[in-house]
Design a protein around this ligand. Structure first.
Ligand SMILES: [Zn+2]
Length: 176
């Protein structure tokens, strides 16, 4: 499992926005840590002093083993379609004990900041949008429940349902 997240932000975005993006991401990662029980520890980019700016290479290179790269991208610079707020990609490593997730990348569009307010995890919010992509990385797929934050789109109601909690707890049974 890619349990070592690192955050990078697009240098074209205003400094204050970049700081907010880091803050929202840290909150979402902490929520994943609580929900899965996994020992998720930041590798880099979680504070202003340690700010990491995105590079074009990050868009094509596979992240290092066990690393989860989280990129905030100015929506004008991204290859996401205008409707897409985020995307999650995992690279699987095949071993004698079966396939496991080796490394991963999440791309988050600045549109998340245009579309949602700063909020909590029991309402459509920036935090909940980031949590949705993180949950994919840890092996949780989409929900058919329109109330779930894992529904394919965030509607006016979205929260972490009991079924979502169970899925995340199960995801946490696979070691980092
Ligand atoms: Zn999704």
């Amino acid at each position: 499992m890619p349990c070592g997240p690192s955050i990078s932000v697009d240098g074209d975005l205003p400094k204050a926005t970049r700081a907010q993006m880091r803050g929202v991401t840290v909150e979402a990662v902490m929520a994943v840590r609580d929900l899965t029980g996994l020992d998720v520890v930041f590798r880099s980019g979680s504070s202003e002093r340690g700010e990491v700016l995105s590079t074009p290479d990050q868009r094509i290179n596979q992240p290092d083993e066990h690393t989860l790269e989280i990129h905030w991208v100015d929506h004008r610079n991204t290859w996401l379609t205008p409707d897409e707020l985020g995307a999650a990609t995992v690279w699987h490593a095949l071993s004698t004990i079966g396939a496991s997730i080796g490394s991963a990348r999440i791309q988050l569009s600045s549109r998340i900041f245009d579309q949602f307010d700063h909020g909590q995890f029991d309402e459509p919010s920036r935090q909940l949008s980031v949590l949705h992509e993180l949950a994919h990385i840890f092996g949780v797929g989409h929900s058919t429940d329109p109330n779930s934050f894992m529904y394919p789109s965030l509607e006016t109601v979205a929260w972490i349902t009991p079924a979502d909690r169970a899925a995340l707890a199960l995801a946490g049974s696979r070691p980092c």
